[in-house]
Design a protein around this ligand. Structure first.
Ligand SMILES: *Cc1c(COP(=O)(O)O)cnc(C)c1O
Length: 398
């Protein structure tokens, strides 16, 4: 019957009612997002959004200031040296605001190291904004290295700014910013890190890195909902950027000045519900035990997932020593693998996964971040085991 396509089989009519009830429960369950943001948030984070708030209200402005303060603390930095500037919109709005404001209109060249879609996006932004730039292209399945960056710099002494992605969400590679950024800061180059999908989920020490700008957003590892991006900036660097911006709404300097000069007032209408949800998410990060505890949970999820998947015969796209705890890419198990069908099967059973983005090989991705536990990963692995055995009819080792 299974071969003929049956999803469930019962041997006794008395088993029918419990079966219908269990299918009903599955369907009413809110699916878990195993995606790199938006991701699964807690019920309490979602519940904060049931109340509406005014934008010029003092409580709201205070909350905004507290959020900015906490973000600098998560970056292990002092507010004497670093500041957090919030920007309406998704993560890319923050990247565009930052690139458009950080780089002066004259006598500046940006070097972008790209090993995936988000590095490519920075190149596209530089193209749109007519920012002179040099590109270091690195294969998608390899990490950016300091040696490669230094080689490019030697050929391009005109470079004044450098940008790289931390966790390249395309594959899940973690680029080694700990070696690259301080070396470039030493040379007087202004450094920019797209840490969108890693900040809050992997420890990052802004002061130790001497990084000038780091970008993240409300809907990644802090586990809030989508609505604003965040630029953590070295104050002395940001303070030099007045008049650089190529856009009124995305002027990061003016955004910073408004927060500073008006006690946490946003420049234009802000996503109030999202800010309240984010503040709750920050409190929950603290309750979990901070970034260290969260990293540990994500690591546990990632290890369980990739070990379990490999046992089921799924191969990894990238090498284990550059793998982040954030998201994992798997190759299709066969050339005729139908990702859509696999996706739908898992979705019907409560899990939303992610298509692949690697151009060289057919792959799919599973995220380890968000309100997701080892139990959830084990439930997912069981489903994938059944699917692999029964629908794909592939042999499974154990
Ligand atoms: C999510 C993400 C972004 C921003 O994407 P948006 O869709 O604009 O939120 C940028 N860089 C990386 C590495 C990301 O993971």
């Amino acid at each position: 019957m299974k071969e003929a396509g049956a999803d469930e089989i019962i041997n006794n009519i008395a088993d029918l009612i419990p079966l219908i009830e269990s299918i009903d429960d599955q369907q009413h369950e809110i699916p878990l997002l195993l995606t790199p943001g938006p991701l699964t948030t807690s019920r309490t984070v979602k519940e904060t959004m049931l109340i509406d708030h005014g934008t010029w209200d003092d409580d709201y402005k205070e909350l905004t200031q507290w959020v900015r303060h906490e973000l600098v603390a998560i970056g292990n930095a002092s507010e004497d040296n670093y500041t957090a500037v919030l920007m309406q919109g998704s993560g890319s709005f923050g990247v565009e605001a930052m690139l458009g404001t950080a780089i002066p209109k004259q006598n500046a060249t940006l070097l972008i190291a790209a090993n995936g879609a988000y590095g490519e996006r920075m190149i596209e932004i530089a193209d749109y904004l007519a920012i002179p730039h040099v590109v270091l292209q690195v294969p998608e399945d390899q990490a950016v290295t300091l040696a490669a960056v230094e080689e490019t710099l030697a050929a391009h002494p005109e470079v004044t700014h450098f940008a790289v992605v931390h966790c390249e969400t395309t594959t899940g590679i973690l680029n080694p910013i700990e070696t690259i950024i301080p070396a470039l800061a030493d040379k007087g180059i202004i450094t920019i890190v797209d840490a969108m999908s890693s900040f809050g989920g992997v420890p990052i020490d802004l002061e130790k890195l001497h990084v000038d700008y780091l970008i993240t957003s409300s809907n990644k590892c802090v586990q809030g909902v989508p609505g604003f991006s965040i630029v953590l900036a070295k104050k002395t660097t940001l303070q030099e950027t007045e008049g650089n911006a190529r856009s009124l709404a995305l002027d990061l300097y003016q955004q910073y000045r408004t927060f500073e000069d008006h006690d946490g007032k946003w420049r234009f209408t802000s996503p109030t519900h999202v800010v309240y949800a984010f503040a709750e998410a920050l409190r929950e990060l603290e309750q979990e035990g901070g970034v260290t505890a969260r990293t540990h949970r994500y690591h546990t999820n990632e290890t369980l997932l990739q070990e379990g998947m490999q046992k089921l015969g799924y191969e990894l796209v990238i090498n284990q020593n550059v793998q982040s705890p954030i998201i994992t890419s798997f190759k299709y198990p066969t050339t005729s693998f139908n990702f859509r069908a696999f996706y739908e099967y898992l979705k019907e059973r409560g899990f939303i996964i992610y298509p692949g983005k690697v151009s060289k090989c057919d792959s799919f991705r599973i995220g380890n971040i968000g309100e997701v536990s080892a139990d959830d990963i084990n439930r997912l692995l069981n489903l994938i085991k059944t699917y692999t055995k029964e629908k794909l009819q592939l042999p499974i080792g154990s």
